[in-house]
Write a new protein. Sequence first.
Length: 81
Amino acid sequence: MTIRVRLFAELAERAGQDELILSVPAGARVADVLDAASRACPALADLLPRCAVSVNLAYALPTRPVAPDDEIAILPPVSGG
């Protein structure tokens, strides 16, 4: 199935775009989306393990299933003081 993934901040900068169109197998989960993003854009690979993922505006665990019409976003880690 084809899914659209939104990227923010450093992720978008590294990818050179603010979204990725990815192909994942039917029944894919958030972890599969991160794997596909890493393969599609190797510049993201080292940062993705530290990122949060939201599906339909709610934080999602790696085991959460995804569907083609879901709104998926990968959010980079943030720090502040």
